[in-house]
Design a protein around this ligand. Sequence first.
Ligand code: AMP
Length: 126
Amino acid sequence: MPVKGVGTYDPQNVFAKILRGEIPCRKQFEDDWALAFHDIAPQAPIHVLVIPKGAYISWADFSAKASEAEIAGFVRAVGQVARDLGLEAPGYRLLANVGEDSGQEVPHLHVHLFGGRVMGPMLVQR
Ligand code: AMP
C-alpha cells in the first residue's frame, strides 16, 4: 500500500526497526548520518537502499526539515556507497519514491541505488 510522503513519522516502519537493530539487514555502509543495506528483493545485480539515520518519511519531509549537516551527511553517504561498490565508472541509477503516486511503500526516506547492468529506459512505459 503506497504511503504519503509527508505527515507523522511512524517509528514502527521496517527501516526504523532496522536502524534500531530490531530486525537484521545486509549492511553495506554506516556512518553518523546514514545506513546502507542491500534490498531484500533486488531488482538489479546491485540494489542497495541508503537511508538517513533521522526520522524522515520521504525526500519531501527530509528536504523541508533536516539540518544542513544531516542533508550533507546523507548525500555524501549515497556517493560513498556507490564508490565503495565500484559503480562510479560503469555508472548507476538513483531513485527515490515519494508519496502515493510514486508507490512508496516504506515511510522512511530511502534512496534506491541500482547497478551492475545497463539500466535501460528510466520509466516503465504505460
Ligand atoms: P519503496 O517502494 O520505494 O518504498 O521501496 C521499498 C523497498 O524496501 C523495496 O524495494 C523492498 O524490497 C525493500 N524492503 C522492504 N523490507 C526490507 C527489508 N527488511 N530489508 C531490505 N529491504 C527491504
